[in-house]
Each structure stands twice: as structure tokens, then as C-alpha cells.
Design a binder for this molecule. Structure first.
Ligand code: UT7
Length: 330
């Protein structure tokens, strides 16, 4: 069986209107704009409104992706939502998106790989289209992290933001599209980055609520040490699989967690910072949405053109890390 050649034919992004600046955080916790900016590069982030859940953000991004790709919603035969912050513990977010956008002919599944989720989901979509199982897949990375962080914990609450990005994945012409990829994981049993309670290990209880362990907890330095190795490693592994070298890359779209992590990766990979697209100053860490939000913005600015070789690289809770090399097809 000859595998089909697969790529992205349209992207859409959405961020909620509410802007939460570092100065807004100064009013509610013991922090400063200076600390947040110098340690992370983040200046502001977007927070969902009270009536918005992850599926609402995902649906907005999806509608834009469909429009940009010139694809009708009925053509979509699979929806894959990467998220760490689903609407519900039981019932996948993809099914709710299906209803919100009217994708009546689509299967629907969620992928849980935190900040690497978008790349994991794109890779799964590639496999499904390449093998002929599906024809047009809507891949979405979407998060409402503002509702899952502890607004009393300055170690985490200033870092994260809400947003969504969607891509239409289908067959593209030979010589273009998703060339190679790497999917990795290193189980983190110490809990460097996890929500300790609210799952089956420690169900919700009064004790959980009192100790606030139903919110995301992170040992920042442990994750930082992992991230500065994972970002270059995943990118290099994916490049190698495609027969490329670091200098062949036109642009890298890294997970937007911390500008210091990206600067370190730039040095390790010997790829200049100008080739890394950063927008974490405006949106903070939006987990599975961040890579798509960056790529969507770069496309709107005309910074990615047909024939460009780009890398999408994520790293995050799990711990997971993943990278995909794409020869851009439009
Ligand atoms: O998306 C998944 C991947 N996630 C990441 O990649 C995150 C990786 N980690 C990081 O980006 C960094 O570790 C952080 C930005 C989270 C923290 O930066 P750091 O340079 O590692 O700081 P730290 O955790 O070592 O904390 C240094 C100090 C501490 O005070 P003491 O103990 O030195 O007195 C913290 O209590 O900074 C303090 N601190 C803060 N101060 C003001 C921590 N958070 C804040 C804050 N405002 N928001």
C-alpha cells in the first residue's frame, strides 16, 4: 500500500479577549512585572471569560481553520483535540467541539500529552490520513489553564494562559507536508508537573480542596532542566529522521513556556534566535495551544512561505516531548 503524502492546508487560532497583565498579578499575589518578564519573557496572557470552556475556544479556532483551508465542516471525518484542560473528566472535548461546529461526519477523540499534545495529535492525524483511514482531520490544541492553576501559587499562576489553535490535515502534493517526526516520553513519577488530585489516584474531597491539590503544581527547576535538553533533542531526532541538518531549518516553532529555555535550545542546536518564533510575551504558556498559536500568527504575518522547512517542537508534563518537520505546502 502506498502511503499518502500528508500536510496542513489551513490554520486558525483563537484567544479570549480578556488580557491579564503582569501588573494585574502584582495586585493579587506577591510578584512583580520585573520578576515575571526577566525569568520567563511573559508580559501578559489571555484568560477565558466565565462562560467559556476549552471546547468553546477550540470551536472558534476550528471555524477559522476551516475557513482558511476552504474546507466545509461536513468534509471533516475526524476531530483530534489535544488538551490538558478538558471541559469534563469524562466525555472528551472533541465530541463537544463536533457539536459546536456541526461536524456531523467526524469521529472525535482527545489526546493527552500536555504541551507536546499538538505535535502528538498532528502525528496521529498524519498516520490516519497517510494510511487512508481518514481524509480530512481537524487537529486542535486548546486550553483553559486559568481555571486549573492556583491563583494563590505564584510559582505557577503567572505562567499560564488560555487559547486554541486548529489545523486541517489532509493529503498534499508530493514533496511537501509532514516530512518526519519524533515522539518521546520520560515518565515523571515524582510529580514535577501534575495536578495531584481530582483523578482516580486521589479523588476530589474536602481534604483536597483544603490543601488546594486539585490545581496544577510544578517544580519549575526540574521541568526547566528537562526542557533545555528535550527541545533540542526532539528537534534533532526529527531532523535526522528526515535526513536534514539543523542549518536546513527556516523556522522553529517551539512550545512557548519560557524565553530562557528557547535561548538555550538555540545555542545547543546552533540555530540563531531569529529563526525561533516567539509570542509567549503576549500569551504566556498555553500548553497544547502554544505551537499552533505561534505558527498561526507567523502565517498571518507572511513569515512562512511555500517550500519553507519548519520544525514544531513541544515539551511538557508527562514528561513528554515531540517534534515534527514540515515542508510548508502553501
Ligand atoms: O509547559 C510545560 C513546561 N514548563 C516549563 O517549561 C517551565 C519550566 N520552568 C521555568 O520556566 C522556570 O523554572 C520558572 C519560570 C517556573 C521559575 O524560574 P526559576 O528561575 O527556576 O525560579 P525558581 O523556581 O528557582 O524561584 C526563584 C525564586 C524563589 O524564591 P527564593 O526561594 O529564591 O526566595 C521563588 O519563590 O523566585 C521566587 N518566585 C517568584 N517571585 C516572584 C517564584 N515565582 C515567583 C513569582 N514572582 N511569580
Amino acid at each position: 500500500m502506498k502511503l499518502k503524502n500528508v500536510g496542513i492546508i489551513g490554520l486558525g487560532t483563537y484567544v479570549p479577549e480578556k488580557v491579564m497583565t503582569n501588573f494585574d498579578f502584582e495586585k493579587i499575589i506577591d510578584t512583580s512585572d520585573e520578576w515575571i518578564r526577566t525569568r520567563t519573557g511573559i508580559e501578559e496572557r489571555r484568560f477565558a471569560s466565565e462562560d467559556q470552556a476549552t471546547s468553546d475556544l477550540a470551536a472558534e479556532a476550528a471555524k477559522k481553520a476551516l475557513k482558511n483551508a476552504g474546507v466545509s465542516v461536513e468534509e471533516i471525518d475526524m476531530i483530534i483535540v489535544a488538551t490538558a484542560t478538558p471541559d469534563y473528566n469524562l466525555q472528551n472535548t472533541a465530541c463537544i467541539v463536533q457539536e459546536l461546529i456541526g461536524a456531523v461526519n467526524a469521529g472525535a477523540v482527545d489526546v493527552s500529552a500536555a504541551c507536546s499534545g499538538f505535535v502528538y495529535a498532528l502525528t496521529m492525524a498524519k498516520g490516519l490520513v497517510a494510511s487512508g483511514i481518514n481524509k480530512k482531520i481537524l487537529v486542535i490544541g486548546a486550553e483553559v489553564l486559568s481555571r486549573c492553576v492556583d491563583m494563590q501559587d505564584r510559582n505557577t499562576c503567572v505562567l499560564f494562559g488560555d487559547g486554541a489553535a486548529a489545523a486541517i490535515v489532509t493529503e498534499v502534493e508530493e514533496g511537501y507536508g509532514m516530512v518526519s517526526q519524533f515522539l518521546g516520553a520520560e515518565a515523571d513519577l515524582k510529580g514535577s508537573l501534575r495536578t495531584p488530585a481530582g483523578g482516580t489516584r486521589k479523588p476530589l474531597s474536602q481534604e483536597v480542596l483544603d490543601e488546594r491539590s486539585n490545581f496544577i503544581q510544578m517544580k519549575g527547576q526540574d521541568v526547566f532542566k528537562f526542557a533545555v535538553k528535550a527541545l533540542p533533542k526532539a528537534t534533532l531526532e526529527a531532523l535526522e529522521q528526515g535526513g536534514f541538518k539543523a542549518e536546513d531549518i527556516d523556522m522553529v516553532f517551539p512550545h512557548q513556556a519560557n524565553s530562557r529555555i528557547i535561548e538555550s535550545a538555540s545555542k545547543r542546536l546552533n540555530i540563531p534566535m531569529e529563526k525561533f518564533y516567539l509570542n509567549l510575551n503576549k500569551y504566556g504558556n498555553t500548553s497544547s495551544a502554544s505551537i499552533g498559536l505561534a505558527l498561526g500568527e507567523a502565517l498571518e504575518k507572511g513569515l512562512v512561505k511555500k517550500g519553507d522547512l519548519i520544525a514544531l517542537t513541544g515539551f511538557g508534563a508527562g514528561l513528554t516531548y515531540a517534534s515534527m518537520i514540515i515542508r510548508w505546502s502553501y
